[in-house]
Design a protein around this ligand. Structure first.
Ligand SMILES: C[S@@+](CC[C@H](N)C(=O)[O-])C[C@H]1O[C@@H](n2cnc3c(N)ncnc32)[C@H](O)[C@@H]1O
Length: 262
């Protein structure tokens, strides 16, 4: 059986975009790994950059069924409560919950109301749409490596008849291209750099949006503080070296954000 299939024979790896598993399998074989050790190396990497963020298994079919019972009012208390509860399942998205009322209002204030968003490596973040300063009739495109998650996000968009789409992607290989006013690259650069160390600069260059909201975690997944904001601020400015882009910084308890305009 080919390495990709052996990796994806495990239940936890079945919903990951095959193109991304293929990339990691190729890297493992290039490093001379084979058999069980190759399967283990690919699964470890998938855990590190994806599965580790899930605090619990999400039953997307159940979530979609609950959602289908709701009135299609994106801003109702019932829907917002559903969004908050669902976002708790993804550690990265969950970390933003204590600052949700402020985060988008503050970071996007210079360009609000926003008419279109490209949410790259989105996690469950599109469920934070009710807290974003978006114009009526906004467009929203989201992508991540999980097929089941993006399928659920698409049903969320459809329920509210939003001009929005969610698809599987591998940002190391390709950046989805719909031109939007702003792209979100939230807490994702460090994650992609675990697969390709040089991806940070490349991805910033390739994103087709006028503005990019980039952020970094202020604490590790285990919750330890390790001077991370200073480290990531320096790293981000290294990635921007030589680019004449305007950068606004916003510091929150759980996240360090930059709005880049070009
Ligand atoms: C730290 S989380 C950030 C999630 C979301 N942006 C947020 O801030 O709430 C990193 C996300 O990157 C996704 N991811 C990892 N590698 C990826 C790749 N090569 N292409 C697209 N998404 C990827 C993971 O599945 C995960 O949802």
């Amino acid at each position: 059986m080919a390495l990709v299939e052996r990796v994806q024979a495990g239940k936890k790896y079945r919903s990951i975009a095959p193109g991304f598993v293929r990339r990691l399998s190729h890297d493992a074989l290039e490093r001379g790994l084979s058999g069980k050790s190759a399967v283990k190396a690919v699964r470890n990497k998938l855990h590190q950059v994806g599965n580790a963020y899930f605090r619990q298994n999400v039953d997307y079919a159940e979530k979609a069924s609950i959602l289908s019972e709701y009135q299609p009012d994106l801003y109702s208390d019932t829907v917002k409560k559903f969004c908050v509860n669902t976002m708790k399942a993804h550690a990265s998205t969950a970390e933003r919950l204590p600052i949700l009322e402020d985060f988008y209002q503050t970071c996007l204030a210079p360009i609000a109301p926003v008419n279109s968003v490209l949410d790259l490596a989105c996690g469950l973040n599109p469920l934070a749409i009710p807290w974003m300063p978006l114009s009526s009739g906004f467009r929203y495109h989201a992508c991540d490596i999980y097929l089941d998650m993006v399928h659920f996000l698409q049903s969320f968009f459809d329920h509210f008849t939003l001009a929005a789409s969610a698809e599987a992607c591998d940002l190391i290989g390709e950046i989805p291209q719909p031109a939007t006013q702003v792209a979100f690259l939230l807490k994702t650069i460090p994650c992609l750099e675990q697969v390709d160390r040089s991806i940070g600069q490349q991805i910033l260059d390739k994103i087709p949006s006028e503005h990019i909201l980039v952020s970094f975690p202020s604490q590790s997944l285990g919750g330890r503080q390790k001077g991370m904001p200073d480290f990531y601020r320096e790293h981000f400015h290294e990635l921007l070296a030589g680019k004449n882009w305007q950068v606004r910084e916003f510091s929150f308890e759980t996240e360090l954000a930059f709005l880049v305009s070009r």
